[in-house]
Design a protein around this ligand. Structure first.
Ligand SMILES: [Zn+2]
Ligand SMILES: [Zn+2]
Length: 119
């Protein structure tokens, strides 16, 4: 794996960096820890349920490495139907796609505030 790919992977699979205040104290919220715990549980459940060695990415057929993705975007929702392991590349593009969709939605929302439509 290239250094660039490795860096991208590290950035993507790592949890968001904890925040530190000016005095250097970690001000990470309990919610941040809760999400990490929930993600860990999701991974544990998923790889108990599925065979990691023979697993193929349902999106591209690749052989990983895999991330366990929350379909609804909520890392606290570990319902089995909400979890799917996809390879890190597909995971990355899935979240990129979602952000793009969200941007369009935000834009539409803003736009509808500006424009008054006469019926
Ligand atoms: Zn894939
Ligand atoms: Zn995801």
């Amino acid at each position: 794996m290239s250094a660039e790919a490795q860096a991208t992977l590290a950035e993507f699979v790592s949890e968001p960096a904890p925040d530190f205040d000016a005095s250097g104290l970690c001000v990470t919220t309990p919610r941040f820890r809760l999400r990490n715990k929930s993600r860990a549980q999701a991974r544990e459940w998923y790889w108990n349920e599925y065979d990691r060695d023979s697993y193929e990415c349902p999106t591209c057929g690749g052989d990983g490495p895999f991330d366990v993705h929350h379909r609804d975007g909520d890392p606290l929702n570990n319902h089995p139907l909400n979890l799917v392991a996809i390879c890190w590349l597909c995971h990355k593009s899935e979240h990129r796609r979602r952000r793009a969709v969200q941007r369009v939605q935000d834009w539409k929302d803003d736009y509808s505030d500006i424009i008054e439509v006469d019926a």
